[in-house]
Design a protein around this ligand. Structure first.
Ligand SMILES: Nc1nc2c([nH]c(=O)n2[C@@H]2O[C@H](COP(=O)(O)OP(=O)(O)OP(=O)(O)O)[C@@H](O)[C@H]2O)c(=O)[nH]1
Ligand SMILES: [Mg+2]
Length: 128
């Protein structure tokens, strides 16, 4: 089965986080997500996070801290999500690939709006 290593960024400002809508044609399309993407060969999670958040939401990540590592099996695909908190960044996030994006209150995140693996991320954020 397909197995992918993914760097995921919870971009945080105060009590809010920036989420984007996955396009319909992608794996888990139509769900909201934290920006991020697949690690390339030889990349650290931080390298991948910097590259993906620049590509997807146009920000420059200055530093990040690990939040949680999640292994999830979707049946058609297995993902390993290395989730980092990003509180230090430059620029104002926007959907640079034409995708919708918005700031949401962390305490109002609804797991059912996100891919199944994200329930654990949302729990971790609520228990911080
Ligand atoms: N970015 C991101 N991916 C997630 C989250 N939760 C989750 O299960 N995933 C899964 O992680 C996998 C890889 O993420 P991705 O599709 O963003 O990777 P990418 O940006 O490199 O995609 P691309 O190859 O379509 O450009 C997908 O199968 C996606 O469903 C999340 O919160 N954010
Ligand atoms: Mg992505």
């Amino acid at each position: 089965m397909k197995q992918v290593d993914v760097a995921v960024g919870v971009v945080k400002r105060g009590t809010q986080t920036y989420v984007t809508l996955r396009s319909q044609d992608k794996h888990q399309g139509g769900k909201w997500e934290f920006p991020g993407g697949k690690k390339e060969a030889g990349e650290t999670t931080f390298d991948a996070l910097k590259r993906e958040l620049a590509e997807e939401i146009g920000i420059t990540v200055k530093s990040s801290e690990p939040l949680i590592l999640i292994e999830h099996d979707y049946g058609d695909k297995r993902v390993s999500l290395d989730v980092h908190l990003v509180e230090s960044f430059e620029g104002e996030p926007y959907g640079r690939e034409e995708q919708q994006g918005k700031w949401l209150a962390i305490n109002a995140l609804e797991p059912e709006d996100f891919p199944a693996a994200n329930a654990t991320i949302i729990d971790a954020l609520h228990n911080q």
